[in-house]
Design a protein around this ligand. Structure first.
Ligand code: NAP
Length: 471
């Protein structure tokens, strides 16, 4: 009997947890996985009255109510194309494929058009929150045809995280908009994490604080305006003892080399294509890349002399760092949301920036108190070109920029790498400074390539016959 509300293909970590989440919310879920043993394992380990495993794709599809909703929770890339091609001959016009994986948004745009031509609706859905989010409520970013959204909305909203009664799920925009918003969300997450890592270096190597004190500092910060998931888990991390029963905390035993799965890099590449400065996200990607060069770093540490700077700082340094972290966080989000702004125009998505910030408030890694301020900023002015110019954020930057300058100077004197903090200040100064050297660059371009220049005192485009003294 075709009475299942939705079918999920892919029973790995994300798919199985989403299936259980849906089942908990009263939806009848059909589960299928390419390798049957995984479906069997899920059915045995986590049986649920609303979850049924299938071991044959045709039977799985026949079990679904019309229009059939088939959600793919599989490895992004080629597997998504091959499963779609396998599904097409077995689906009817009006059926719906939902890709809940981390697909690249341009692939989603391509697949959306491809399936539209065949009369099949396609939703590219960004899902954030990892395993726990999938099981108990992620932040969900659906993109696709607005008129057809009603067919997936009840399920997606029900299973998403909630802030009070509000679901952390909203229709984002046409075709690839959902996956785009998820991609940049991950980029912002990179910058957020990098800033916290730099904060740690400052407090530890300039402040001289031990892990116990660091845990207390982050714990205190988490009670104030920096309240967020990442600050909270960082407080826990500093308090965690070594797993092998050795003295000290686990964080000190972890190799200083970070991994990445690529969504931060995608965001950076995309920003260059769109011509938007997201230097903090790029700095975060570069730092992870550099962290992997363990041998080269060892060689540099032994061959490049470290600066000598041993001035002591007092307890007030903690507050300087806190203020700097907040100001730099504003810039990270200003950069990320500028990218959204440009994409909204470029792809005609009409993104609702305030709403996007609001669905990040729970379920995902970047959930934070701070996001309410972004929603408020766009409520006051939906045409805000850059978050820096919202009154609240502007006041904060003005109040805290001297702290930001101080901590950066201290880090430079001490030789501590803080690329994200530095990029934040560079971004502020490049915006604020009346001159950023572009006049000289235009002169050079005109000199060697007749690329022309504009003048400050009259309209038009000019080329100058430069006196060539060089050589
Ligand atoms: P995954 O490790 O990314 O992928 C494994 C799943 O993909 C298995 O079900 C596997 O089936 C299936 N698969 C791989 N190649 C296939 C093919 N050619 N045809 C059919 N199925 C194929 O699983 P995951 O970690 O649960 O993630 C699922 C999706 O969610 C991914 O796009 C991931 O990037 C995204 N995501 C993950 C997280 C997270 O925290 N893990 C968070 C957000 C989003 P077999 O068992 O048959 O190999």
């Amino acid at each position: 009997m075709a009475d299942m509300d939705i079918g999920i293909i892919g029973m790995a970590v994300m798919g199985s947890n989403l299936a259980l989440n849906m089942a908990d919310h009263g939806f009848k879920v059909a589960a299928y996985n390419r390798t049957a043993s995984l479906t069997k394992e899920v059915m045995e380990k986590t049986p649920h009255k609303n979850l049924q495993g299938f071991y044959d794709l045709a039977e799985f599809l026949h079990s679904l109510k019309s229009p059939r909703r088939v959600m793919l929770m599989i490895k992004a890339g080629k597997p998504v194309d091959s499963v779609i091609d396998e599904l097409i001959p077995q689906l009817d016009k009006g059926d719906i494929i939902i890709d809940g994986g981390n697909s690249f948004f341009e692939d989603t745009i391509r697949r959306y058009k491809y399936l539209q031509e065949k009369g099949i609706n396609y939703f590219g859905v960004g899902i954030s929150g990892g395993e726990k989010g999938a099981r108990f409520g992620p932040s969900i970013m659906p993109g696709g045809n607005k008129d057809e959204y009603k067919h997936v909305q009840p399920i997606l909203e029900a299973i998403s995280a909630h802030v009070g009664e509000e679901p952390c799920c909203t229709y984002i925009g046409d075709n690839g908009a959902g996956h785009y918003v998820k991609m940049v969300h991950n980029g912002i997450e990179y910058a957020d994490m990098q800033l916290i890592a730099e904060t740690y270096l400052l407090l530890r190597h300039v402040g001289g604080f031990d892990n116990k004190k660091l845990s207390q500092i982050f714990h205190d910060w988490n009670k104030g305006e920096l309240h967020s998931y990442l600050i909270g888990i960082t407080a826990d991390i500093f308090a965690e003892n070594d797993e092998n029963g050795q003295p000290g905390q686990l964080v000190d035993k972890i190799l200083d080399s970070a991994g990445q799965k690529g969504t931060g890099r995608w965001t950076s590449i995309q920003s260059l294509k769109q011509g938007v400065d997201i230097s903090m996200i790029t700095a975060a990607c570069n730092t992870r890349v550099l962290s992997n060069l363990l041998e080269e770093r060892k060689k540099a540490a032994s061959e490049i002399t470290a600066p000598v700077y041993d001035d002591k700082v007092g307890e007030d340094f903690i507050e300087e760092v806190r203020k700097s972290l907040y100001a730099a966080k504003i810039i990270a989000y200003a950069q990320g949301f500028s990218l959204y702004n440009s994409a909204s125009e470029k792809y005609g998505w009409h993104l609702d920036f305030g709403k996007i910030a609001s669905i990040f408030r729970a379920g995902c890694i970047i959930q934070a108190e701070f996001l309410n301020k972004i929603t408020e900023a766009y409520k006051k002015n939906k045409n805000l070109t850059n978050l820096m110019f919202d009154e609240f954020f502007l006041n904060n930057i003005n109040e805290n920029q001297s702290s930001l300058r101080n901590i950066i100077c201290l880090a430079i004197r001490k030789g501590i790498p803080i690329p994200a903090f530095s990029s934040a200040l560079q971004y502020i100064d490049a915006h604020r400074s009346p001159q950023i050297g572009a006049n000289l660059i235009q002169a050079q371009r005109d000199y060697f390539g007749a690329h022309t220049y504009a003048r400050i005192d009259k309209d038009g485009v000019f080329h100058h016959k430069w006196q060539e003294h060089y050589n």
